[in-house]
Design a protein. Structure first.
Length: 129
Protein backbone atom coordinates (compact mmCIF):
# COMPACT_ATOMS: atom_id res chain seq x y z
CA UNK A 1 0.00 0.00 0.00
CA UNK A 2 1.43 3.34 -1.05
CA UNK A 3 1.18 6.35 1.19
CA UNK A 4 1.53 8.90 -1.62
CA UNK A 5 -1.28 11.44 -1.58
CA UNK A 6 -0.67 14.09 -4.28
CA UNK A 7 1.85 15.65 -6.64
CA UNK A 8 2.60 19.33 -7.21
CA UNK A 9 4.17 20.19 -10.55
CA UNK A 10 6.54 23.14 -10.71
CA UNK A 11 6.17 25.39 -13.76
CA UNK A 12 8.73 27.98 -14.81
CA UNK A 13 6.77 31.14 -15.58
CA UNK A 14 7.56 34.37 -17.38
CA UNK A 15 5.75 36.73 -15.02
CA UNK A 16 4.71 35.52 -11.56
CA UNK A 17 1.91 38.08 -11.06
CA UNK A 18 0.33 37.26 -14.43
CA UNK A 19 0.48 33.52 -13.72
CA UNK A 20 -0.99 33.88 -10.23
CA UNK A 21 -3.81 36.03 -11.62
CA UNK A 22 -4.70 33.36 -14.20
CA UNK A 23 -4.94 30.58 -11.63
CA UNK A 24 -6.89 32.64 -9.09
CA UNK A 25 -9.17 34.66 -11.40
CA UNK A 26 -9.86 32.06 -14.08
CA UNK A 27 -9.46 28.67 -12.38
CA UNK A 28 -10.63 29.51 -8.84
CA UNK A 29 -7.35 28.56 -7.17
CA UNK A 30 -6.11 30.26 -4.01
CA UNK A 31 -2.63 31.58 -3.31
CA UNK A 32 -1.06 29.33 -0.69
CA UNK A 33 2.38 30.90 -0.62
CA UNK A 34 4.48 33.61 -2.29
CA UNK A 35 8.05 34.50 -1.53
CA UNK A 36 10.42 35.87 -0.69
CA UNK A 37 8.51 38.78 0.82
CA UNK A 38 10.78 41.53 -0.53
CA UNK A 39 10.76 40.39 -4.20
CA UNK A 40 8.55 37.33 -4.85
CA UNK A 41 9.65 34.94 -7.59
CA UNK A 42 7.97 31.76 -6.27
CA UNK A 43 4.36 30.91 -5.49
CA UNK A 44 2.15 27.96 -4.71
CA UNK A 45 -1.44 28.10 -5.93
CA UNK A 46 -4.01 25.45 -5.21
CA UNK A 47 -7.56 24.25 -5.12
CA UNK A 48 -8.64 21.30 -3.02
CA UNK A 49 -5.87 18.70 -2.98
CA UNK A 50 -4.23 20.19 -6.09
CA UNK A 51 -1.22 22.49 -5.82
CA UNK A 52 0.93 23.96 -8.56
CA UNK A 53 4.25 25.67 -7.90
CA UNK A 54 5.13 28.66 -10.07
CA UNK A 55 8.65 30.04 -10.35
CA UNK A 56 10.01 32.99 -12.31
CA UNK A 57 13.72 32.27 -12.82
CA UNK A 58 15.16 35.12 -14.94
CA UNK A 59 14.08 37.21 -17.91
CA UNK A 60 15.99 34.99 -20.34
CA UNK A 61 14.62 31.69 -18.91
CA UNK A 62 11.26 31.17 -20.60
CA UNK A 63 8.52 28.58 -19.99
CA UNK A 64 8.74 25.48 -22.22
CA UNK A 65 5.39 23.68 -22.22
CA UNK A 66 5.54 20.08 -23.44
CA UNK A 67 3.51 20.71 -26.59
CA UNK A 68 6.20 23.15 -27.81
CA UNK A 69 8.71 20.29 -27.76
CA UNK A 70 6.62 17.72 -29.63
CA UNK A 71 3.00 17.59 -30.81
CA UNK A 72 2.45 14.22 -29.10
CA UNK A 73 3.32 15.68 -25.70
CA UNK A 74 0.24 17.85 -25.38
CA UNK A 75 -0.21 17.83 -21.57
CA UNK A 76 1.84 19.35 -18.78
CA UNK A 77 -0.47 18.21 -15.97
CA UNK A 78 -3.37 15.80 -15.52
CA UNK A 79 -5.76 17.02 -12.83
CA UNK A 80 -8.28 14.43 -11.73
CA UNK A 81 -11.82 15.65 -11.13
CA UNK A 82 -14.88 13.62 -10.23
CA UNK A 83 -17.22 15.83 -12.29
CA UNK A 84 -15.50 17.34 -15.33
CA UNK A 85 -18.84 18.48 -16.77
CA UNK A 86 -19.60 20.72 -13.77
CA UNK A 87 -16.06 22.09 -13.69
CA UNK A 88 -16.22 22.81 -17.42
CA UNK A 89 -19.44 24.77 -16.88
CA UNK A 90 -17.84 26.71 -14.02
CA UNK A 91 -14.76 27.59 -16.08
CA UNK A 92 -16.90 28.49 -19.08
CA UNK A 93 -18.85 30.95 -16.88
CA UNK A 94 -15.51 32.48 -15.78
CA UNK A 95 -14.57 33.15 -19.40
CA UNK A 96 -11.80 30.54 -19.57
CA UNK A 97 -10.49 29.89 -23.08
CA UNK A 98 -10.29 26.15 -23.66
CA UNK A 99 -7.38 24.40 -25.39
CA UNK A 100 -9.74 21.46 -25.98
CA UNK A 101 -13.42 21.46 -25.11
CA UNK A 102 -15.19 18.87 -22.96
CA UNK A 103 -15.15 15.49 -24.69
CA UNK A 104 -14.54 11.77 -24.39
CA UNK A 105 -11.11 11.48 -26.00
CA UNK A 106 -9.22 8.66 -27.74
CA UNK A 107 -7.57 7.74 -24.41
CA UNK A 108 -11.03 6.93 -22.94
CA UNK A 109 -10.93 10.00 -20.72
CA UNK A 110 -13.73 12.49 -20.20
CA UNK A 111 -12.49 16.01 -19.72
CA UNK A 112 -11.15 19.20 -21.20
CA UNK A 113 -7.90 21.11 -21.50
CA UNK A 114 -6.90 24.65 -20.58
CA UNK A 115 -3.66 26.43 -21.44
CA UNK A 116 -2.47 28.70 -18.64
CA UNK A 117 -0.89 32.16 -19.01
CA UNK A 118 2.47 30.57 -19.92
CA UNK A 119 1.09 27.97 -22.33
CA UNK A 120 1.18 24.98 -19.97
CA UNK A 121 -1.69 22.64 -20.86
CA UNK A 122 -3.76 21.28 -17.97
CA UNK A 123 -6.16 18.39 -18.49
CA UNK A 124 -9.12 18.30 -16.09
CA UNK A 125 -11.01 15.03 -16.15
CA UNK A 126 -11.37 11.37 -15.30
CA UNK A 127 -11.62 7.99 -17.00
CA UNK A 128 -14.88 7.52 -18.91
CA UNK A 129 -17.68 6.01 -16.83
Amino acid sequence: MSNLTYISPCFIVEDLKTSIAFYTDKLGFEVRYTGPDDDPFFAIVGRGHVSIMLKAIAADIKPIPNHTRHKWARLDAYISTADPDALYDEYNSRGVTFWRHLENDDDRLRGFEVADADGYVLFFGRPEA
